[in-house]
Design a binder for this molecule. Structure first.
Ligand SMILES: Cc1cc2nc3c(=O)[nH]c(=O)nc-3n(C[C@H](O)[C@H](O)[C@H](O)COP(=O)(O)OP(=O)(O)OC[C@H]3O[C@@H](n4cnc5c(N)ncnc54)[C@H](O)[C@@H]3O)c2cc1C
Length: 459
């Protein structure tokens, strides 16, 4: 029987980032298992034109840079740090497997393996190729890196019925089917749907030939406020906006409007109050392009797509002939209920700092490597569920800041965070001569304590 220190379930970005840090920070051995045959998780099934919506500079695992921190020189994101496309992310994670994990001699990836269960230090894993169930002995812990597994259009089942006669495709099939249709009906109000619309516009589709079904409107974060390294003052300034709005907001709507007035938040239609927040980013030029799409259906959630009609919670809409319905409705990261991250013999990876999934997984690897006591580990890393509404967002911001304040007596954590390439604020401390960064830091500090108290009251 194979025996290891950690068995990581899921070799997506989270499992890899955890494994990379725990390998570097300890002498542990790690086995990663995944249903998929390759590492990289949902990126392996993403649509062909997917990209990171955050800069590559702070994405991936801690020990291996992704990309070269170049600035984008053309298009709607000009001047921002590069964002890897799906193929680049996949190739990067493959390099992580070879150069960082397996080259250590202490890590092994087993693809096409289904984790079944774990009891008394023995995990059972089914080999999809042979059907055989193997046992793996686990000395320190089973690491559940699929607790907040992402749901994506290529692999999810839509929550609505689809008539087999209807012209219907997940976003990933858009490039191959675009030539067969005159009109397009994009279903979903989030990042994937925005990507589908931008792709159609870039392919030369007249905006009037796009029908956008948006059950809920979303608050987007302006990408300009998420730029690291030389532009890290932009991130500090955005955080200062968040804290200042949080400290003074009268209610949740007021909170979001303050952030919109500060230029932090954006929405597609200023006449409609968004009820969704998922930390998704857009640039202003992307927003301008998307606003060219005027045919928007807001009649609640889709119930059924048939050949000539779309049935929604709030009514029925005729679908014009030669229209392709494009499913962009997958949920993304799961809003699983928060549970303690560390327990004896198991770790359930969850969000700690908001909107930083790979930073969090690596941070949890660091804590696991440097602390023994379960209660102490959980004190350092309380779970912070993903947000899907402004209410969740208020609670989530406060939880992040309260947690980060609690690290002030833990210099090793502070040092790791300050130097991690996954920390979006990396390098801020050295920019003492940067007037904008210093002013933003001061504004954040002036407001954060009040925001930590105020935001949960709003929520
Ligand atoms: C389109 C898109 C764009 C995104 N862009 C960004 C971005 O720019 N920046 C950012 O920070 N985040 C982004 N995200 C969020 C992104 O989901 C995370 O960054 C990260 O990729 C999530 O990785 P994960 O490992 O948590 O989940 P997953 O990638 O879903 O991996 C979980 C793995 O667990 C495996 N698994 C599940 N159950 C079992 C089992 N029983 N046995 C074996 N294996 C199992 C699955 O096969 C899967 O490979 C984006 C998400 C989407 C959908």
């Amino acid at each position: 029987m194979k025996v290891t220190d950690y068995l990581v379930i899921g070799a997506g970005a989270s499992g890899l980032a955890f494994a990379d840090t725990v390998l570097r920070e300890s002498d542990a051995e790690v086995v990663l298992v995944d249903r998929r045959s390759e590492v990289g998780g949902h990126w392996r099934d993403a649509y062909p034109f997917v990209r990171l919506h955050t800069p590559s500079a702070y994405y991936g695992v801690d020990s291996l840079p992704l990309g070269r921190n170049r600035l984008i020189t053309s298009g709607r994101n000009v001047g921002f740090y590069e964002q890897a496309n799906g193929a680049e992310v996949g190739a990067y994670f493959e390099a992580v497997r070879i150069q960082r994990l397996e080259s250590s001699g202490r890590a092994l990836f087993l693809g096409r393996r289904e984790f079944l269960n774990h009891q008394a230090g023995i995990a059972r894993v089914r080999n999809a190729a042979t059907g055989r169930v193997d046992k793996i002995g686990v000395r320190r812990g089973v690491v559940d890196a699929r607790y907040q597994e992402a749901s994506i259009p290529a692999t999810h089942t839509p929550s609505y019925a689809v008539d087999p006669e209807a012209a219907f495709a997940p976003i990933g099939m858009l490039p191959e089917r675009v030539g067969d249709y005159r009109e397009f009906m994009v279903i979903g109000g989030g990042k994937t749907a925005a990507d589908a619309c931008l792709w159609l516009l870039d392919a030369g589709t007249d905006p009037d030939r796009i029908l956008w079904v948006r059950p809920r409107e979303m608050w987007f974060t302006d990408r300009a406020g998420m730029q690291p390294l030389e532009q890290v003052a932009s991130i500090m300034n955005g955080l200062a906006d968040d804290a200042e709005a949080g400290a003074h907001a009268r209610n949740l709507v007021d909170l979001c409007h303050r952030l919109e007035d500060a230029g932090r938040f954006m929405r597609l239609d200023t006449r409609v109050e968004p009820t969704m927040y998922r930390g998704t980013m857009l640039s202003r030029p992307e927003l301008v392009a998307l606003r060219r799409i005027g045919n928007v259906i807001r009649l609640g959630h889709v119930k059924a797509v048939s050949a000539g009609h779309l049935l929604l919670g709030g009514g029925v809409v005729a679908i014009p002939p030669h229209t392709l319905a494009v499913d962009c409705s997958a949920r993304g990261l799961a809003a699983s209920p928060p549970v303690p991250i560390f327990a004896r013999g198991s770790i359930r990876l969850q969000q700690v700092r908001h909107n930083s999934p790979t930073f969090n997984a690596a941070l949890l690897g660091f804590i696991e490597a440097h602390r023994d006591d379960v209660a102490e580990k959980n004190r350092l890393a309380p779970p912070n569920p993903y947000a899907s509404t402004p209410r969740d967002m208020a609670r989530m911001f406060a939880r992040t800041w309260a947690t980060e304040r609690s690290w002030r007596h833990d210099p090793d954590i502070l040092r790791w965070v300050a130097h991690s390439r996954l920390n979006l604020l990396r390098g801020l401390e050295e920019r003492t001569g940067d007037v904008a960064a210093t002013a933003a830091s001061a504004r954040f500090v002036a407001n954060v304590a009040a925001a930590i108290v105020r935001l949960p009251q709003l929520a």
